[in-house]
Design a binder for this molecule. Structure first.
Ligand SMILES: [Zn+2]
Length: 329
């Protein structure tokens, strides 16, 4: 009996000892929790999406600008400042896209790791603009092939704050690159079905110049490359003339810019006896709702390619590249 008791107490002791060891091990080598992930703050959704894809499980990414937010006029909030000062890495676009945040980000870069990802591209790949002699057009995400050239800079930035994960970041970036290539192929294929005389894209502001260059479209934004400038009456009547003369059948509204000017154009053309329809809403400077397909970079561009092709008479699957576009989008 004693032997049994001794045996029982020995087992009990072993169990307690083992669980103490386990507790100690957990304390020393805890599983990766949320708090241990690299904290990345990105200004736009497009940069946040890229950082999430390349960082994978090792990062926790916060995007400061959600759906419908205009980066040209966005100014950092108090909670943005807190998030940025606590981040391991802050990624922003640059090229004067975040015009109201440049000063803050410049100061922040003295104490934190801050990278302007679009400014890593060689200038030869960038489009200039009449309105701003010394500045380049920042809307490079509108061409997936060009946007993909920014990915190495994001990979390098992540590696600089966590060198031991370089292999993971590189592998994730390679996988994402394949998907960006497929997206670019889809865009080329879809838009090539739009007749040359219909390759005319009229939108609220000049966000689509890289799109135009990649797909041989003439692109007109009512406002300039920044939404900060207002369209004058002369500009509006010039554009109405253009719609009537060129018999443009569709114009597009943007998710992050007021549709006021686009509607004025349609009314102006109607007064001249030319009917123009709204071809759809395009994502220009912000992605769709987080958690939805359109809330990813791939979904955002798939939506734009599919909407433009379809509205201008081209041939494209109704639900887009991978059948994932929502019907109302
Ligand atoms: Zn813009």
């Amino acid at each position: 009996m004693d032997k049994v008791l001794n045996f029982m107490s020995f087992r009990r002791f072993s169990l307690i000892f083992a669980s103490m060891l386990f507790a100690l091990a957990v304390a020393i080598f805890p599983a990766k929790s949320e708090s241990e992930k690299l904290k990345i703050v990105a200004t736009t959704g497009m940069i946040a999406d890229a950082a999430s894809r390349i960082g994978g499980d090792l990062v926790e990414v916060t995007a400061l600008m959600g759906p419908g937010v205009d980066p040209h006029s966005y100014r950092q909030t108090r909670s943005d400042i807190v998030a940025m000062t606590r981040a391991d890495l802050v990624l922003w676009h640059g090229l004067y896209l975040e015009a109201q945040m440049e000063e803050f980000l410049g100061k922040l870069s003295k104490t934190r790791k801050v990278v302007a990802v679009a400014e890593t591209l060689p200038e030869t790949l960038l489009i200039g603009h009449d309105d701003y002699e010394d500045k380049k057009d920042p809307h490079i995400w509108m061409d997936p092939e060009l946007w993909s050239k920014v990915m190495p800079a994001i990979s390098v930035a992540l590696t600089s704050v966590q060198p031991e994960s370089e292999a993971v970041f590189t592998a994730n970036a390679e996988q994402f690159q394949k998907e960006l290539d497929e997206l670019a192929d889809y865009g080329q294929q879809a838009l090539s079905t739009v007749q040359p005389e219909s390759r005319f894209l009229v939108t609220a502001h000049d966000a689509f110049n890289y799109f135009g260059l990649a797909h041989d479209f003439e692109v007109i934004g009512i406002q300039g490359i920044s939404t900060e400038s207002e369209a004058g009456i002369n500009r509006m009547s010039e554009l109405v003339d253009l719609l009537v003369d060129r018999q443009v059948g569709a114009v597009f509204v943007e998710s992050s810019v007021s549709d006021r000017n686009i509607r004025a154009l349609i009314e102006g053309a109607a007064a001249r006896g030319h009917e123009v329809k709204i071809g759809g809403e395009l994502f220009s400077d912000a992605m769709g709702v987080p958690g939805s397909y359109e809330g990813t970079y791939l979904g955002m561009l798939d939506h734009n390619f599919t909407t433009i092709t379809s509205a201008l008479g081209g041939d494209v699957p109704a639900k887009g590249m991978s059948g994932m576009l929502s019907p109302e989008s």
